[in-house]
Write a protein that binds this ligand. Structure first.
Ligand code: ATP
Ligand code: MG
Length: 354
């Protein structure tokens, strides 16, 4: 029986989470799978106001005992500065639970208008696999020398063989379950040591997986191809910085931020992985009940997939697509052109599942 730690967090995270939990529960039950959910109120502005910190002392043992974490959104800049809330919660999870892959599926769903003219469902369907623990965001070394005419700042990028190889391996494994193609994001014409190393480890992974087609692009032209030729891509593997950029650009190409899911994965299974919508707490619409719950629900589908219940995950995705295809404006939330709300859209997906 999989056990899930549910952390709604702040703002619209609290509003969309009930539908994420319910969708997972309904889909799992249909397959005779009993999922246990425990809700936690930490990693939120309210918890911070009460305790002066984002997490309890024993969060590592508490969360470490679960099979996965379903997360809503953190962030309430009026109460806690963003760097405090983020560094005090999500980024701690990422590090301690060694969630070394960040995954973002980018797919245009039926009924959603892509900002890319002439692109619709089927044209954009790729997966961004971002290295999530080292690279340009290693946060090691660096120096700031200020106060003279010669002031300077420098900061290191760290790429370890283990760190690069393991994210490559994950990307190729994912490609085997998809259309068997991996594209690498590089910049070895401008960054002279770490990026050529990245390229070498990519080539080594390609040799280990001869059944997977590979190509690579410099990050600058790759961003252009995302917009002009998104149909070229299946799995895109990237370092921490380039992956950060691509994993925002990718979902942006598919329409609304409200439907996009993401995962922070520890593929070894030693620690829990974390699943969360791409969107944040959206303080501008929080409290209005109009947030699109699909990003949260789809994140729940990714969680089931990761836990080995692939059929359940696929059923949730099918339910989402059927509701969007029906395009009932009274059901859809305003961000996708509807007059409905979180409740009407969330309930419609649950009904489609049943
Ligand atoms: P945070 O600081 O938590 O990241 P944010 O406001 O910076 O929050 P998002 O929460 O991602 O960033 O919001 C960006 C924009 O997208 C906002 O205008 C928000 O209202 C809108 N948005 C985000 N999520 C949704 C959603 N689920 N449904 C509808 N609109 C959304
Ligand atoms: Mg933000």
């Amino acid at each position: 029986m999989p056990t899930i730690a549910v952390i709604p967090g702040d703002g619209i995270g609290k509003e969309v989470m009930p539908f994420g939990v319910q969708a997972v529960d309904v889909a799992a039950r249909r397959h005779g799978l009993d999922v246990e959910f425990d809700h936690f109120d930490f990693a939120s502005a309210e918890y911070y106001q009460e305790h002066g910190r984002m997490l309890p002392e024993d969060w590592k043992t508490v969360l470490g005992s679960y099979d996965a974490i379903l997360f809503g959104a953190v962030g309430c800049p009026a109460v806690v500065p963003d760097h405090v809330s983020l560094w005090g919660s999500l980024l701690q999870f990422r590090r301690h639970f060694d969630q070394y892959v960040n995954l973002r599926p980018c797919r245009i769903l039926p009924g959603i208008t892509s900002p890319l003219r002439d692109k619709g469902p089927g044209d954009v369907d790729f997966l961004v696999v971002r290295e999530n623990t080292e690279g340009e965001y290693s946060n090691s070394g660096g120096i700031m020398f200020e106060g003279t005419q010669r002031e300077f700042a420098m900061q290191e990028t760290v790429m370890t063989r283990v760190g690069v190889d393991r994210v490559m391996e994950y990307a190729f494994d994912q490609a085997m379950k998809r259309r068997r193609k991996v594209t690498s994001a590089t910049k070895s014409n401008g960054i002279s040591i770490t990026m050529p190393y990245w390229d070498r480890r990519f080539s080594a992974a390609a040799v280990r997986h001869p059944e997977v087609e590979t190509d690579q692009f410099h990050i600058d032209i790759l961003t252009a191809h995302f917009v002009q030729h998104p149909e070229w891509f299946d799995v895109v593997v990237a370092s921490n910085l380039f992956g950060d950029i691509l994993s925002d650009l990718g979902p942006a190409c598919t329409g609304t931020i409200g439907v996009a899911p993401s995962a922070n994965i520890n593929p070894t299974g030693e620690f829990p992985s974390l699943f969360e919508p791409v969107h944040g707490s959206a303080p501008d619409i929080a409290g209005q009940g109009i947030a699109n719950p699909i990003g949260q629900i789809w994140s729940g589908a990714m969680m089931l997939d990761h836990l080995g219940a692939e059929d359940c995950g696929k059923e949730i995705e099918a339910a989402i697509e059927s509701v969007l295809r029906a395009a009932d404006t009274a059901v859809l939330t305003p961000d996708v052109g509807g007059t409905g709300n979180t409740e009407t859209l969330g309930r419609a997906v649950i009904e489609a599942l049943n």
